[in-house]
Design a protein around this ligand. Structure first.
Ligand code: SF4
Length: 240
């Protein structure tokens, strides 16, 4: 089995906790107007190469002394769930073989139901989940996708299963309903009695070619406003 790998960063400090090998797969099922990786959106691209799991594991092996684990991102890597399961299983074997435990994380837009992929989740240590909007009309405007129900269901399910590593919200004033997202997450955290870190990401237009390419950088004042709302809701929040 192969998956289209766009690039591998052998050591990244921005793709999850600690130093990690980050693997970016080609292909996404939504079209965010603020996407910073638009080159990964097409399901096929000449810059991506079909890679087997053993090939990728050999790349990971080179970085073992320096990394805490791997993160698979995209595009949307959950479109390749079977390949992911094979990769994470192989990384567990690599951990056993080397005695250096590596965690396996997924960075996802949340449009594929994780509950339908139990065998994958058994070998996955956690998910960094994008919540792009709470209101479905705003979500559609941002992503050209009509339904964010699956994203919300994933948030609840991952939290219940202790697989929610982080929630990521890109903050774009007047375009993203950040306050509504935070209020709803606070309700879900309270209802389930568990929580996971929330990263509020400042929007920057650099590299964006979608509808928000001319939109300004989110101000420090706006970011502080969102942080104060999150803190007032007792959410574990940080700026990114
Ligand atoms: S989910 Fe990520 S890769 Fe896909 S369009 Fe949105 S920002 Fe880009």
């Amino acid at each position: 089995m192969t998956a289209p790998v766009r690039k591998i960063i052998s050591q990244s400090t921005v793709d999850g906790p600690g130093n990690r090998t980050a693997i970016f797969l080609q292909g996404c099922n939504i079209r965010c107007s603020y996407c910073h990786n638009p080159e990964t959106q097409a399901m096929e691209d000449a810059e991506a190469s079909e890679r087997t799991v053993p090939e990728v594991v050999e790349e990971i092996r080179k970085s073992i002394p320096f990394i805490r684990g791997i993160t698979v991102s995209g595009g949307e890597c959950m479109l390749r769930a079977e390949w992911l399961k094979e990769l994470f299983t192989a990384v567990r074997h690599l951990s056993d073989e080397t005695g250096h435990f590596l965690t396996c994380l997924i960075d996802s837009n949340g449009t594929v139901p994780f509950s339908s992929h139990r065998p994958l989740m058994d070998v996955c240590d956690g998910v960094m989940l994008d919540v792009k909007a709470w209101d479905s009309v705003i979500y559609q405007r941002l992503t050209q996708s009509a339904n964010n129900r699956i994203v919300k269901d994933n948030l609840t399910w991952l939290l219940q299963e202790d697989k929610l590593t982080e929630v990521r919200i890109v903050c774009v004033p007047e375009m993203v309903d950040v306050e509504v997202i935070l209020n709803n997450i606070a309700q879900i955290y309270g209802f389930i009695g568990k929580s996971a870190p929330i990263k509020l990401i400042r929007f920057r237009p650099h590299g964006v070619i979608g509808a928000l390419s001319a939109y300004p950088v989110t101000s420090e004042e706006a970011m502080n406003h969102y942080i104060s709302i999150a803190e007032s809701l007792h959410l574990p929040v940080r700026k990114g």
